[in-house]
Design a protein around this ligand. Structure first.
Ligand SMILES: Nc1ncnc2c1ncn2[C@@H]1O[C@H](COP(=O)(O)OP(=O)(O)OP(=O)(O)O)[C@@H](O)[C@H]1O
Ligand SMILES: [Mg+2]
Length: 254
């Protein structure tokens, strides 16, 4: 069975794309087959994060009925299959985000998980993503404007009958953070992960590769692996993981 998970936030710039990319990479790391789709149609970022900015066929072509969704799928070296959206302004002409709901079922049975990176705000694109999937993860930062927008997003999603699995709080550990217990009370949803503010994320962006591959031992990489393990329903033990990686590396050098 294929699970579809939409990533939304309300406020922009909180870390949705970083979360979508690294959650996908971490699930691949644990052996799951993952498709990562860019549901941010006006300002898409997945291709930029993963080094595939311009591709011959993208999600916009699919939504316009020109191509089948599998024709817009590309394999990233991390093992994630990505479906980038078009970057050009021309791509935006006549595109209907609501078509997402019609094209997504074509991925049923093709993979274990489809993670869809959403657009900021609560406009047509974000609502189209809510309408297209059942399960959502909300990303926020530990500061009031982001939390207020996350609360609004959760409320609208629930009014539409969606299942908000929980909240990922990113860029934590700065002075003035709202305490996590207060966040939990305000959002009334489980906190699925705390992703610390980490320079490694910026470095991984420069390398166009998920942080769990470029800096596997960084605090953000470990937090993303814990998030993925929790969602998959497996135990995560960093020490055992490191020993396993060392064992594989030693095998390679033998
Ligand atoms: N844990 C983190 N630590 C430090 N920087 C981070 C972290 N997560 C994300 N960032 C940085 O924050 C910026 C915004 O991240 P990202 O693009 O993932 O947010 P977004 O919610 O997808 O933004 P948008 O709403 O514009 O789509 C990027 O420069 C990214 O490198
Ligand atoms: Mg983004």
């Amino acid at each position: 069975m294929t699970h579809y998970i939409g990533i939304l936030s309300g406020k922009g710039g909180v870390g949705k794309t970083s979360t979508a990319v690294n959650l996908s990479a971490a699930m691949c790391h644990f052996g799951r087959d993952v498709i990562l789709m860019d549901g941010n149609l006006s300002t898409p970022n997945i291709g930029l994060h993963l080094g595939a900015p311009v591709v011959p066929i993208n999600l916009h072509h699919v939504l316009k009925g020109k191509n089948h969704i599998t024709e817009a799928m590309y394999l990233h070296p991390s093992g994630i299959k990505i479906i980038p959206a078009g970057l050009s302004i021309n791509d935006l002409k006549d595109v209907q985000p609501e078509k997402l709901k019609q094209v997504l079922p074509s991925l049923d049975g093709l993979t274990d998980v489809v993670i869809i990176d959403g657009a900021a705000g609560l406009g047509g694109e974000a609502i189209a993503l809510m309408n297209a999937v059942k399960d959502l993860i909300i990303v926020t930062n530990p500061e009031l404007p982001a939390v207020a927008d996350a609360m609004k997003t959760i409320k609208i999603a629930e009014e539409l009958g969606k299942n908000v699995r929980g909240v990922v709080v990113t860029k934590t550990g700065e002075q003035g953070d709202i305490p996590l217990s207060n966040l939990q009370t305000l959002l009334e949803k489980p906190i699925l992960a705390i992703i610390p503010h980490d320079k490694a994320i910026r470095h991984s962006l420069l390398k166009k590769d998920p942080v769990i591959r470029t800096h596997p031992k960084s605090k953000s990489a470990i937090a993303y692996k814990k998030l993925a393990a929790g969602l998959i329903g497996i135990e995560y033990n960093e020490k055992a993981q490191s020993k396993f990686s060392e064992f594989l590396r030693d095998l390679r050098f033998r």
